[in-house]
Design a protein around this ligand. Sequence first.
Ligand code: 13P
Length: 263
Amino acid sequence: MTDRKYIIVGNWKMNLNVSEASILVHRLHQKIKIHRGVDIVLAPPLIDIQPLSLEIDRRQFKLAAQDAYYKDNGAYTGQVSFTMLRDLVSYCIVGHSERKIYFNETLEDVREKVSAAIRNDIIPIICIGETKLERNSGETKTVINDQLTTAIANLTSHEIQNVILTYEPVWAISTFDGEIAKPKDIEQAIGFMRLTIEHLYGKVVAENVRIIYGGSVDENNAGLFLDIDGCDGALVGSASLNYYKFSEIIEKASQIYLKRSKK
Ligand code: 13P
């Protein structure tokens, strides 16, 4: 048993305007207790972050941005930097597959964003995962290795222990193919990611890094995913827009954390 806490992240993607976001947060406050073994993170659209930062109970929830630009400031029309977000959020999702697929984000962009997040005291939640085509061509490990090693290339062993790594296969995301991943496949991918960290930074560091799973996690299957050996939480998309579903996922994480800590 390691003492890594669970972390459950709700990625709202491009959903919920300011008043809708406020209603969801109000319901989450009513429904979700503070759980000792579970960090709860909400990643609303950028425009909701400032108002929500005044509404949330920070003992209960932390905020994350879904993306930010790696330059600190300057003539970059339309962009918002990690520097601007540092007082508002604790985390930022970096390298989500939707950014890679729809906005041509490269692995080098991801590496720059990870560095910018760390420089601004924001914890990056780094997304790693293969497409269906890559999996079918037997390239899963190569893709994971490339994405992971590029993303963390600039990090010291102290810095890497603070990041959150996410295994999120593109084919398992509900709005792509939404295939339900097999726990065995997830365990292998997470194990491979931890081994990659071990080769680069040593066993102690690798044991401290939290690695979570994302892809069609909901209130019915969360227990199955969160029980996977080495899995420290979930990055939840559509189910995080529903306060009942999201709170059930957190309840599951809390139950499994308690079960594990008794071992
Ligand atoms: P779903 O939970 O809707 O599959 O989304 C996963 C995801 O992309 C979270 O970042």
